[in-house]
Each structure stands twice: as C-alpha cells, then as structure tokens.
Write a protein that binds this ligand. Structure first.
Ligand code: DLL
Length: 434
C-alpha cells in the first residue's frame, strides 16, 4: 500500500543513492566544521583526524563524539558554525539541570526543518484539508514553532494555541473543530481527562489524528489515547540539538519511526562506545548532514533504541528507529535493578482500573533504595470497596514484580490528584541526592 508522501523522490530514494548523498554531505560538513569551529578543529587534531581522511559514511567512526557537556562548555554559541549575521533563530531546551541546550538556525536550516516537519505530518496523513491544533509549547522550546511552520507548509489551517489553559483548549476543540492535534502524549491525556470531567463527548470534537512526541510513551498509552479521543495516534521524535521535532516519524505501520536519513546520519553505539549493527539496542548517535547554524558530529543523544533496516510496507526507504522507550539518564537503579519509567508504565497499564497517570518516588532509607509507585485510579473505581482497592493494589504490585522484577510500594491516588504537566511529564521524584 502506498502512503501519502511529501517528497516521494526523497522518501523512497534507493539505499545506494541515499548512501552517496550522505557521503557527499558528510565530507562537506566535516571540512566546514574543521574550518569554522575551533572546538571541532581541536577535537579532530587531538584524535589525529583531518578532513581529508573522511571520504564517506564509513569513515564516520574515525570522528570523535560530541557530548552534551561539550554544548554546555561552549554555552551559548560556541558551537555555531555560521557567523551571527547568518543566524536567524535561536531555540533552547531547558534541561533538568544547569544551563539550557542552545541551537542556532540559518535561513536554510529553517527551510529544511519546515520541510521535514511537513514530511512527517504528511506521513501522519495530514493534508491541506486539515485544521491542526498545536498545543506544544511555543517559545524557546522547539515543539511549538517547529510543528507550526511544518503544519502551515502542508497547507493545513493552524491553530497556534500553545500549551496550557486547558479549558480554553477544550473550547477550541469544540468550536474550531480541528482534525489533528499536536502535543506531548501526557498533555493529550490531560486534555482527554479534562474533556471527561467537563462531560464533553468525542462527538462534540472532530479530531482524527494526534501527533505526539517530546517524551517517551508506550503502546498502552497509545491505545488509551486512541480510545479516549477517537484518533489515530502517531509518534514524532526529535531533539533541539538536531533541530527540534521532525527528525523521525511513524508511518501507518506504527512499527518504528522513519529517520530522515538524507539530513541525519544515525548510529547506535554500545556501552563501550563501539558501533552496533542494525537490530541491536543501544544509544542513538546523530550527525547532522545539512545543518549550517549548529552542525553536530556524532552527537550522543542518550536515547536508547535500535535501527531497523527491513523494508517498510509504506514504501519509504529510510531506516526506522524503534520508539524511544527511555533515555539512559532516566534509568533508575533500585537496589541494583535497572528500571525505566516506561517499563513501569507498561506494567501498571496491564491492570484494569488505573489511568496512565503515575509518579515514581525514589528514596533511600538507611542503605536501601525504596520505590513508591503512585498510580491514579480510574474515575469509576471510586465506588469500589476498600477490599477491592486493596486487591487492585496487590495486583499492581504483582504485575510490577513479574514485569520489572522489583518490589515496591504502590499508592493508589484519587483521580486528578497527581500533578499534570502542560508539556513533558515529570515522572520521577528522586529524593536520594545521589
Ligand atoms: O522534545 C523536540 C520535540 C518536540 C520532539 C515536539 C517531538 C515533538 P528536546 O526538548 O530537546 O526536544 O528533547 C529531546 O526528548 O532526546 C528524547 O529523550 C525525548 N523525545 C523527543 N521525542 C520523543 C519521542 C524535543 N517521540 C529529547 N519519544 C530526546 C521518546 C522523545 N522520547
């Protein structure tokens, strides 16, 4: 089955042609950063690599990695490769600690970004006949403006509502009848809950597709969102350092996200930092192939995934990455067991009667780590007896013990009591001060 495509020629390019294009772009890029960015010149000199050593994609392994710390050390503009007069936009991502990660864009960068988001939204089935409600935050965060220009380019009508003010969002969903919604999956859930609370039925809205990203989410969460909002929910991936949303996008197969490899060269590395073959999970590393403002070479994302090079029935030839279920730095080690929040989300959503709203409280009591999983009850569980609730609590505990191999406290919370986010959800409260 052929899918709707924004640029069929580029999306179905043969692997050989893609490889040649990537090689040509990489060679140019390395020369440019060596000539223009002292940071890269020093790093390559220390590693004993010269631009002339890079002849194509295979030589990528000769180049040193770039780390988030390098961005921080060169804050704010030290890694820019274009003069200030060529920079036309600056975005930043507020990390949990310290200085934000900054990205600068030239006119061409914005042009490419807009085009790639349009490519992604088309892949999600969005066309000029759609009205797109954008509830990603506008501002320094890349979600809002990135999605905005891409959606506009498809010819769709854009509602730039940004995040927050949930009641107003409900009013717009009902009155303007957007057919697509773009926001974080946790905020989409928040909107669905608010609709339920307000007694608003899905018959009053016209959504048919949701494009969700900026944070990990599970297939169980997808099922809930699809059911609650009557939509087709698709995953979009990106990061400020590459540009923002639109680096990779899920097609109708929902079996991994196509990485737009004509612009981003992905690698997967293991703990020893050696490249891993397709199909093996590890850390995702990206090299930007076309960025002018702030190109990055072998940037370690800390996102964990694998690359899938098997053909996709949608016809796109760009490799897929498995949905990012976790960042390596989100991994909790509880009494020696490695735990990712998404594993907990997956486990608790196996148990009927709870919502996908949860929070993890980690503490150290004496020498022992303790984990409390706070889960919100479904509204219709509130009428159940204490005995029923105790049973539910036990079932969640057993599910966690069998799926995640940890014993933990489970606290059932009343519907609506856990803090809601308007952007990325904050799932972990780690009180251990490690
Ligand atoms: O979150 C860009 C974005 C905006 C992507 C809107 C998609 C939609 P940052 O704030 O720099 O940029 O955060 C990037 O968020 O390294 C991942 O850890 C995580 N992330 C982004 N998309 C997904 C996704 C934006 N679909 C970091 N699934 C990345 C899982 C995601 N994690």
């Amino acid at each position: 089955m052929a899918d709707l495509m924004w640029s069929r020629e580029l999306e179905t390019i043969s692997r050989d042609e893609l490889h040649a294009l990537q090689s040509e772009r990489l060679v140019k890029l390395v020369k440019r950063v060596y000539d223009n960015v002292p940071f890269y010149r020093n790093k390559m000199d220390v590693a004993g690599v010269k631009p002339e050593d890079i002849h194509g994609v295979e030589d990528i392994v000769l180049l040193p990695f770039t780390e988030k710390k390098d961005l921080r050390d060169n804050y704010p503009f030290g890694l820019f490769a274009a003069p200030q007069s060529e920079i036309v936009r600056i975005h930043a991502s507020s990390g949990t600690t310290g200085k934000p990660t900054v990205a600068g864009y030239t006119k061409n960068d914005l042009e490419n970004w807009t085009d790639l988001v349009a490519r992604g939204l088309t892949c999600a089935g969005i066309t000029k006949n759609d009205t797109v409600h954008i509830a990603y935050g506008y501002g320094l965060f890349t979600g809002g403006l990135g999605a905005h220009y891409g959606a506009e380019r498809t010819g769709a009508a854009v509602i730039p509502v940004s995040g927050g003010n949930t009641q107003r969002q409900l009013m717009l969903l009902r009155d303007f009848k957007p057919t697509a919604i773009l926001c974080t999956p946790s905020y989409a859930l928040n909107l669905a809950d608010a609709m339920e609370k307000a007694g608003m039925s899905t018959d009053e809205i016209a959504l048919r597709v949701g494009v969700f990203g900026a944070e990990p989410w599970t297939d169980e969460m997808r099922a809930r969102l699809q059911e609650k909002l009557h939509i087709d929910a698709r995953d979009i991936y990106g990061l400020t350092e590459m540009m923002g949303p639109g680096v990779a996008m899920e097609c109708f197969e929902k079996n991994g996200l196509h990485i737009w490899e004509d612009h981003f060269l992905p690698e997967i590395i293991g703990e020893n930092l050696k490249p891993l073959p397709d199909g093996t999970e590890g850390e995702l590393v990206f090299t930007t192939l076309t960025k002018e403002g702030m190109p990055l070479i072998r940037y370690r994302t800390h996102d964990l995934t694998l690359l899938d090079d098997t053909p996709c029935s949608c016809g796109r030839t760009h490799r897929r990455m498995k949905r990012v279920h976790a960042r390596s730095d989100d991994m909790l080690i509880i009494r020696g067991v490695n735990v990712f929040p998404s594993q907990i989300e997956h486990a608790i959503l196996q148990v009927p009667g709870v919502t996908p709203e949860y929070q993890l409280i980690v503490e150290r009591k004496g020498n022992l780590d303790t984990l409390e999983v706070q889960v919100e009850l479904d509204r219709n569980m509130m009428s159940d007896t204490v005995r029923d609730l105790e049973n539910l609590q036990k079932r969640i505990q057993m599910q966690l013990a069998s799926d995640v191999l940890i014993s933990c406290q489970v606290k059932l919370c009343t519907p609506g009591s856990l803090p809601r986010s308007e952007g990325k959800a904050k799932r972990i409260i780690d009180k251990r001060n490690l």
